[in-house]
Design a protein around this ligand. Sequence first.
Ligand code: SD4
Length: 320
Amino acid sequence: ATVLPLVINTWPFQKATEKAWDTLQSGSSVLDAVEKGCALCETEQCDGSVGYGGSPDERGETTLDAMVMNGDTMQVGAVADLRRIKNAIGVARAVMEHTRHTFLVGESASIFAENMGFLAEDLTTHSSLAMHTKWLNDSCQPNFWEGVSPDPSKSCGPYKPTSVQQRWRKQIINIHNHDTIGMIVISKTGHVAAGTSTNGAKHKIPGRVGDSPIAGAGAYADSTVGGAAATGDGDVMMRFLPSYQAVEYMRIGIDPTTACRKVINRIKKYYPGFFGAVICANTTGGYGAACNRVSGFDQFHFMVYNSAVNQPLQLAVDCI
Ligand code: SD4
């Protein structure tokens, strides 16, 4: 059904969908809906891959990436490598609303957040600490992916040119450690907003930023067309600006499902084994999703809520 308003988000994060829908129904804006929906995943630590206490980096610290985009004004607010602050998408929103900038990173982003009144807290939990300790004890082995076996004799860094560790890093991302929330909300009047929030890739090199906080990569919104969001191996996906591309395909009249599939196919051409999925929706309320089929990942689950179904719907798409 093509009905507005519409909330659509990556993965079966149903509570986030409901939160966004309720926010919209209470009369708040699509930006509020995206922010509150994604923020719910930040407090609930959806799948361990959004919010605090997940995906510790090589030093054991959890850092967060998030963005929000207003499809009416084309304003964006984003943060990456954010430390000590749980509500990353809230800080992204503050960058958008209270500065003339688009993207703040690292320690400086955290200081900005503290100045804006966000609570500074330790993002480490028993579980993220345990993950990090286990990783160190396993000689920093990444999760196996595409059959590359790590060399246990290698240390965990610092990195040197052409080190084996660099090859390993390519293998770090797989479906078990990668589940960003990406969300698109479209109002009855066709106002589009999109956003993302994630704790990125497990055991990343400190400073690594994924696709999620990058406009056009992690998410994109344009109220003259629609919106899109991506999830998966951000190191690969950000090279293709998949969310921007999906919106541009829809702009030239391609339906949402085909748009998402074309985006996946383009990445696949260069990285046949990449892990990733894209969702998109247009301003008539049509929506779609696509994912790349790799071993262990043949279906992608996502959430939709619109006035036709009047309840959160978990949908699945077969990967291509
Ligand atoms: C990243 N794309 O940092 C994010 C993580 C993700 O599903 O999407 N997980 O690469």
